[in-house]
Design a protein around this ligand. Structure first.
Ligand SMILES: [Zn+2]
Ligand SMILES: [Zn+2]
Length: 489
């Protein structure tokens, strides 16, 4: 299939009141709110959707100084500039009372959780079920973070997960830190985000309600409510506005934007390194626990970001407490066994990298097979010793031998297997490994029975092998060979 894919209209810019979703033939009206047909938007995508779209869907012309003004998303930009400007003015001109400071921090966490526990883990990923009171709380708190409606936000975020690091990812980390942080909201993207279905959210009364009243909710929850609390309770109206309103909102904005930028830039990849998401404590600290982003992209339907008890994930703790209070249920976790497979694969990959930079004993198949007579003859010209069926040239080592030169010289032209493995001295594994580096041939007739473990140096008894290198592997077929790239490739 290569039919043209019908894409949705460009989503409204972040932070702007969402438009009513475009009507289509099957649009339905539920309780005064127009919603889309319940047919999933991605049901009829062609198999080659991503490649086809990137190849055939025209990008807008590049942004230059000449067309810059037409390509700025003015409403988002205004919010992103005016809010911190008010905060800076407040910091310079308004006395910060401790009650207002405390309230600003608390409200930062409330509105942050609206995004992380609500928009992100509940609605975008469906990682748990929330009761109606919790849903309304999260919808209101999320509106206070002024980052678009649940529906708009989730649509973008689902596209981010589905098309991570591609041109169809709205916050594509390959376009640079600042693009994924704020650039995509300030400048008009050159391309629409890839198709992502949010028909499930259209069925939610809370999501529809929030989408419908969004403009009033952001004014109310973003500024009026935090100002009113400080004003009515301890009489600090102006402080409430500039600190709990503007400064707090600036922090919430950049905190959650860090999930798209910092979390794709700083840290480790303990579960998979196919894409840019990373795990880092600092990111977790500034994003209310969303910093274990490598885990999250691997297991997006898990209600946790951090899986260890000591890792900082207050969003997870919040959801867990809600479940204990009966406000949330069906908390999803990915099977531990599968999580550990991801970790193991990455650990093996690291070990493989270490293994590959070391020098190893020559492959026995590459060594010449030498008869006893030839060995005896050649050992008259250079110091050759047989151990475990291998012929070793010890000329470089004669004077280095810790037991003394004489013990080695004694065995030139002879079999020293018994002496090496405990007969005279039971050599260390390191000595055995080092010995294997001196191999120059294989004695005709092969290794004596019972000497197999002595023929393999200890450091090579356990090795990290690609699937097509492992002998007897069910994957070691001719097709697997031709691939040449394994999981660890
Ligand atoms: Zn991400
Ligand atoms: Zn996510």
């Amino acid at each position: 299939m290569s039919s043209v894919v019908e894409t949705r209209k460009t989503p409204p810019a972040a932070l702007t009141p969402p438009q009513t979703p475009p009507m289509n033939k099957a649009a339905t009206t539920v309780k005064g709110s127009t919603i889309k047909d319940e047919t999933p938007a991605d049901l009829h995508l062609p198999d080659n959707y991503v490649a086809w779209t990137i190849k055939n869907q025209k990008e807008l012309p590049p942004i230059t100084l000449d067309n810059l003004l037409q390509n700025i998303q003015w409403i988002s930009t205004a919010v992103l500039v005016i809010t911190p400007s008010i905060a800076i003015w407040g910091l310079l001109n308004v006395k910060l009372r401790w009650e207002t400071f405390l309230w600003s921090v608390i409200y930062y966490f409330i509105t942050g959780l609206g995004i992380t526990a609500g928009y992100h883990r509940l609605w975008a990923h469906r990682s748990y079920n929330a009761s109606k009171p919790l849903e309304y709380f999260l919808a209101l708190a999320g509106a206070g973070a002024v980052e678009g409606s649940i529906r708009w936000w989730s649509r973008g975020h689902r596209a981010h997960h589905r098309y991570t690091d591609t041109e169809l990812d709205p916050y594509n980390a390959h376009k640079g830190f600042w693009w994924s942080h704020v650039g995509w909201m300030i400048l008009k993207p050159r391309r629409k985000p890839g198709v992502a279905d949010v028909s499930d959210l259209s069925k939610s009364a809370v999501v529809r309600w929030q989408h419908r009243w969004y403009i009033y909710l952001i004014i109310g929850m973003g500024f009026l409510f935090p100002t009113a609390v400080a004003g009515l309770v301890w009489g600090d109206w102006l402080g409430g506005f500039v600190f709990a309103g503007a400064a707090r909102l600036t922090f919430v904005h950049h905190s959650t934007f860090c999930v798209n930028s910092l979390a794709h830039w700083l840290g480790e990849t303990p579960f998979d390194d196919k894409h840019t998401p990373k795990d880092h404590f600092i990111t977790a600290l500034v994003t209310v626990g969303e910093g274990y982003h490598n885990f999250h992209h691997q297991f997006p339907m898990d209600y946790r970001n951090a899986i260890k008890w000591y890792q900082y994930d207050p969003t997870k703790w919040f959801i867990w407490v809600c479940s204990q209070l009966g406000l949330a249920s069906h908390l999803k976790t990915f099977p531990e066994n599968e999580v550990r497979k991801g970790q193991l694969a990455m650990q093996l990959k690291k070990l493989r990298e270490t293994q590959e930079v070391l020098r190893w004993a020559p492959d026995p198949n590459d060594l010449p097979v030498i008869s006893w007579e030839s060995f005896a003859e050649q050992s008259l010209k250079r110091p050759l010793v047989i151990i475990a069926g291998f012929i070793h040239d010890v000329s470089e080592f004669l004077d280095e031998h810790p037991g003394g030169r004489h013990l080695l010289v004694k065995f030139i032209g002879k079999d020293a297997t018994t002496a090496f493995f405990g007969g005279v001295y039971d050599h260390s594994n390191a000595a055995h490994n080092y010995l294997s580096m001196m191999r120059v041939g294989v004695l005709q007739g092969g290794t004596q029975h019972g000497l197999e473990d002595k023929a393999i140096p200890p450091s090579q008894r356990l090795r990290v092998a690609r699937y097509n290198e492992a002998g007897g592997s069910p994957y070691a077929s001719s097709t697997a060979w031709s691939d040449g790239e394994g999981l660890l490739g």
